[in-house]
Design a protein around this ligand. Structure first.
Ligand code: ZN
Length: 150
């Protein structure tokens, strides 16, 4: 188990310090800003959807390693997904983080997002890990202004 923990920690650090999809998008069809006042994390999320499918996802922002890693892994995971698939993934991700569902982590469902499983032991960091996802929701719903998740 400790080996898995170390591996997860490494992935978070890697994505936190060298986030993927970290750039603005000129031809975004959806965009939203998110803010986590508890930690000071800020993110601008860009999406390009065709019909119901996410073709491209990218982000910019400042924040802690967890918030950046989460946005990095989320934008990677979203590419090619339908809105419904993304919703399902978010529900599972949220259940894992809040510990609503006990038992083993469904890595086959969550894929790389399982690296955040340890975050459920640190409730204050859950918002860091979910900020990108709440911002994703706001982008889909075309909400104006900044989404604050406190
Ligand atoms: Zn944070």
């Amino acid at each position: 188990m400790n080996d898995i923990r170390d591996l997860y920690q490494e992935v978070i650090l890697d994505h936190g310090t060298r986030p993927r999809n970290f750039h603005p998008m000129k031809d975004a069809s959806h965009q939203a800003e998110g803010f986590n006042p508890l930690c000071g994390d800020r993110i601008t999320l860009y999406l390009r959807l065709e019909g119901d499918r996410v073709l491209e996802a990218s982000f910019e922002g400042v924040g802690c390693a967890i918030s950046k890693a989460s946005a990095s892994l989320m934008t990677s995971a979203l590419k090619g997904m339908t809105r419904e698939e993304a919703e399902t993934l978010f529900t599972k991700f949220h259940e894992m983080l809040t510990g609503e569902r006990g038992g083993p982590i469904a890595e086959e469902v969550l894929g790389k997002l399982a690296v955040f499983s340890g975050v459920c032991e640190f409730p204050a960091r859950v918002k860091c890990a979910t900020l990108a996802w709440h911002t994703f929701h706001a982008a889909l719903e075309r909400k104006e202004g900044t989404v604050s998740i406190a």
